[in-house]
Design a binder for this molecule. Structure first.
Ligand code: SF4
Length: 76
């Protein structure tokens, strides 16, 4: 799955939402998140994000953000 990270906080762009083929972005308190159960790992959103906030979950150190994304997407 891809994961939205800190740089998204208070970002006003929605470019990622527009390109996602499966509509798996959800709104958190002050950022967008990706539902890890719905993301098909296509990678289309990553280069579209002006804040470079979207990363593949294969990057290191994303445990906290994976939690935030799952929580706001109401996976739990
Ligand atoms: Fe949507 Fe693809 Fe980004 Fe996953 S990787 S959030 S499916 S655009």
């Amino acid at each position: 799955t891809y994961v939205v990270t800190e740089a998204c906080i208070k970002c006003k762009y929605m470019d990622c939402v527009e390109v996602c083929p499966v509509d798996c972005f959800y709104e958190g308190d002050n950022m967008l998140v990706i539902n890890p159960d719905e993301c098909i790992d296509c990678g289309v959103c990553e280069p579209e994000c002006p804040a470079e906030a979207i990363l593949p979950d294969t990057e290191d150190g994303l445990a906290k953000w994976l939690e935030v994304n799952a929580k706001y997407a109401e996976v739990w």
